[in-house]
Write a protein that binds this ligand. Structure first.
Ligand SMILES: Cc1cc2nc3c(=O)[nH]c(=O)nc-3n(C[C@H](O)[C@H](O)[C@H](O)COP(=O)(O)OP(=O)(O)OC[C@H]3O[C@@H](n4cnc5c(N)ncnc54)[C@H](O)[C@@H]3O)c2cc1C
Ligand SMILES: *[C@@H]1O[C@H](CO)[C@@H](O)[C@H](O)[C@H]1NC(C)=O
Ligand SMILES: *[C@@H]1O[C@H](CO)[C@@H](O)[C@H](O)[C@H]1NC(C)=O
Ligand SMILES: *[C@@H]1O[C@H](CO)[C@@H](O)[C@H](O)[C@H]1NC(C)=O
Length: 494
């Protein structure tokens, strides 16, 4: 038995020694997912591997700013939760800094009146909440807290090098059947089951889903809970723009950025100098100057594989690799520098209109999902702040591009408009079938996780998982993949 043990250990050592390190890794997409994948891949695979990141548009992807009157504003992914530990770590490591957007007074408009309106007085808010919704607000806070607690387990697993081969097993390791069940039901059903009132769900939860995911309470319970966590206090953003994290990560990862569009991935067999054969992936791409090919040991797809977004062909695979062309939800972001028309929201005197963030309930006659006054990504010197405070920069989310007529209704006057159209996040429709992470031997799909929930931190969590998973698969360390009962097992390891 002892000999068996020794032989067995020797074999493990031998296979690890024999396995050569990968030469080259391709990452497709330079959003927060791709750039954080490059960062974690460098950590795992060491300094010698070449890491190429392909990007067809701007670094940052769905993290982008737009310029208005000399200032930059977040046009895509805007706020980060205080417990998003990967994002926090990046900002610290990269020497960036955080800002906390000002606490605005919020109202929820149903097309006729405000069903909820915050005042500057904490005690008045509390009374209003209790009067209208009983203990639902407190309950929601506890409900979200419980989900966040479970979510936080992933950081510990990843610190101890554990990875997961499917998004389901990653979610299961965090929150057990509770998390998996949430993918199968709507946030409406999930909260009803937990005893929330329908009025609370329609008035308060629905508007939060609309502003964060452009969809209503029919989205899955997991993304719904993530969206509610986005109503917590202490949300922050990166000074200068969240996309700076992506630029910084490419640099920190010592990755090479290739400005080009990847069109296909194909498996090729090549013979080595020693007469053996190796299987590699051939990545085809187009740049401004022409087309190119390059060979890789590992490929990480860090973009949605939707035909309108990623549009990458996997050529000659048997069985074929599906490209999951399920629809993404369109969200139009409109920035307007102007004076809001308070009577549009049923208020007569503009000067007595205190709200700077308006969410809406699900009402087909409303052509906006939300509107809020926004501050620039860099603090503006006090002396430059206009004293005419009713003239502000507003950010509007809507399903379609707003017409001039609609803008004239919303604003008393305005003089600058900028529009950015996004395929923003999946169209959620539980029961949710999540795409695989492993598309082929060494092809990994990071954005599988978006079908559970799309957020910056979700992409970063998926990126670290793919870095760990690809490393463990490469060096055949199965004991670090899909382990069960990790919480129990890690209790003893401090
Ligand atoms: C309006 C809006 C508001 C949001 N608000 C928040 C928020 O407040 N907080 C939050 O956490 N999240 C928010 N999100 C979600 C968040 O922005 C995304 O989940 C996250 O940025 C996704 O990052 P990613 O790297 O996975 O994908 P992406 O950022 O989409 O990156 C993919 C990249 O791949 C590139 N690419 C695609 N195909 C190819 C190809 N064939 N070849 C080469 N390159 C290719 C794309 O150009 C893109 O740059 C918001 C999103 C939107 C649109
Ligand atoms: C969720 O639904 C799928 C079918 O869509 C089913 O296979 C699975 O068992 C369900 N999971 C849970 C935890 O309810
Ligand atoms: C403001 O809103 C009211 C009510 O919807 C509308 O009648 C009016 O035309 C809008 N525009 C201006 C400039 O007041
Ligand atoms: C995990 O824990 C459950 C319940 O404690 C147990 O039934 C199961 O066998 C454990 N799985 C493993 C792989 O240890």
């Amino acid at each position: 038995m002892l000999t068996g043990f020794i032989l067995c250990s020797l074999r493990v050592v031998a296979t690890q020694k024999l396995r050569y390190p990968p030469n080259k890794i391709a990452v497709v997409g330079a959003g927060i997912g791709g750039t954080s994948a490059a960062y974690f891949l460098r950590q795992k695979f060491g300094k010698d591997v070449q890491i190429d990141i392909y990007e067809k548009g701007d670094v940052g992807g769905r993290l982008a700013t737009i310029e208005m009157e000399g200032n930059q504003y977040e046009a895509g992914g805007a706020v980060i939760h205080p417990l998003n530990l990967h994002m926090k770590m990046f900002v610290k490591e990269l020497g960036l800094s955080a800002r906390t957007p000002s606490g605005d007074l919020l109202g929820i408009y149903n097309g006729d009146e405000f069903v909820f309106e915050e005042s500057e007085w904490y005690i008045i808010n509390l009374i209003k909440m209790l009067w209208n919704y009983g203990l639902n607000f407190l309950r929601m806070y506890m409900w979200v807290e419980d989900i966040l607690d479970k979510f936080m387990r992933i950081y510990r697993y990843q610190t101890f090098d554990y990875s997961f081969s499917t998004t389901e097993s990653l979610l299961h390791a965090m929150g057990g059947d509770d998390f998996i069940t949430k993918l199968n039901i709507t946030i409406d059903e999930a909260m009803q089951k937990s005893g929330f009132t329908q009025r609370f769900i329609d008035d308060i939860v629905g508007p939060a889903m609309r502003v964060n995911y452009g969809q209503g309470i029919e989205i899955n319970g997991f993304v719904g809970a993530i969206s509610l966590a986005g109503t917590d206090s202490g949300l922050w953003a990166v000074v200068g723009g969240n996309k700076l994290v992506c630029n910084g990560l490419i640099y920190a990862a010592k990755a090479q950025l290739i400005k080009g569009t990847v069109s296909s991935v194909q498996e090729k067999v090549r013979s080595t100098k020693s007469g053996n054969t190796v299987k590699l992936y051939e990545v085809s791409y187009a740049t401004d100057t022409g087309t190119g090919l390059d060979m890789y040991d590992i490929v990480v797809i860090a973009t949605p594989l939707n035909k309108d977004i990623g549009n990458i062909a996997f050529v000659g695979f048997d069985p074929p690799i599906e490209t999951f062309s399920r629809p993404y939800q369109q969200t139009v972001t409109t920035f307007v520098h102007g004076k809001l028309n308070a009577s549009f929201f049923g208020c007569s005197k503009a000067s007595h209109f205190p709200l700077s963030e308006i969410l809406t309930t699900d009402n087909p006659k409303l052509f906006i999902r939300s509107i809020s006054a926004v501050s620039p990504t860099k603090p503006v010197p006090e002396s430059h702040v206009s004293k005419a405070s009713d003239l502000r920069v507003w950010k509007i989310f809507s399903a379609e591009v707003l017409t001039n007529e609609q803008l004239r209704q919303l604003f008393e006057s305005y003089h600058a408009v900028k529009v950015k159209k996004w395929l923003a996040y999946p169209k959620y429709n539980p029961p949710e079938k999540l795409p695989p992470i492993i598309l082929h031997r060494s092809i990994y799909y990071l954005n599988s996780i978006e079908w559970a929930a799309s957020a910056m931190e979700m992409s970063a969590v998926a990126a670290k998982n793919v870095a760990l998973l690809s490393h463990h698969q490469w060096y055949e360390k199965a004991e670090h993949i899909d382990q069960e009962n990790l919480t129990e097992r890690l209790k003893s390891e401090l």
